[in-house]
Write a protein that binds this ligand. Sequence first.
Ligand code: MG
Ligand code: MG
Length: 260
Amino acid sequence: MAGNQEKSITVKTAAEIEIMQQANRIVAGVLSLLQKNMRSGLTTMQMDKWAEEYCRDHGAEPAFKGYRGFPGSLCISINEQVVHGIPSSKVKVREGDIVSVDFGTRYKGFYGDSAVTIPVGRISEENEKLLTVTREALERGINQVRVGNRISDISRAVQEHVEKFGFSVVRQFVGHGIGISLHEGPEVPNYVQKQASPRVLDGMVIAIEPMVNVGTHKVKVLKDGWTVITADRKPSAHFEHSVAATADGPLVLSRREGET
Ligand code: MG
Ligand code: MG
């Protein structure tokens, strides 16, 4: 889930980061499960049920369920939907769709948060490119999570990579610090802002989450109050990892097994 509110910045101890790694491993397990089982005809409600079940079976709570009234455990956003899509028993994914799934857990008082966009069967070349570029942009952002850097170094790495391929980054929603709250400071925008940006601190944990559009960066929210779609209805992709800044460099807490 992406934030859009200013919150205070905290740093975590090594022991707290260890707990956050456990919270994020459960998130990664859910996303891997969805990647493995994604197929045409699957309802988004079925995916939500699998996610919640896996999460509770592993001793965690689904973080998004009830968050400001969000009805699902999983945010599922298909094609032109950017983020925060609501699971439904009436919506089935189809061959050629790109399905962004965003999941969060609460475990031993700490949050985990990660997202991936999954293709259903064969997808268009343009969508293939969109997924590759968004995934790469996330990795470039992660590589800037170095003590002494500024958050804007992350933003710049993401933005430059995305725009090199003619795609655009969403501005209305941003990444965020994460810890004992789902959304903490600092904000982690996917574009460079004019104002001064905070330093990356040892022990800071942030969720970096590029939301990348084929067309305009502009988005709007549907009448359900949640689902964010692109203003031009062109496709959008979303990849997210929770990352700790350590003296040894970035530590990706939500890495999935076998992720490339
Ligand atoms: Mg998320
Ligand atoms: Mg997030």
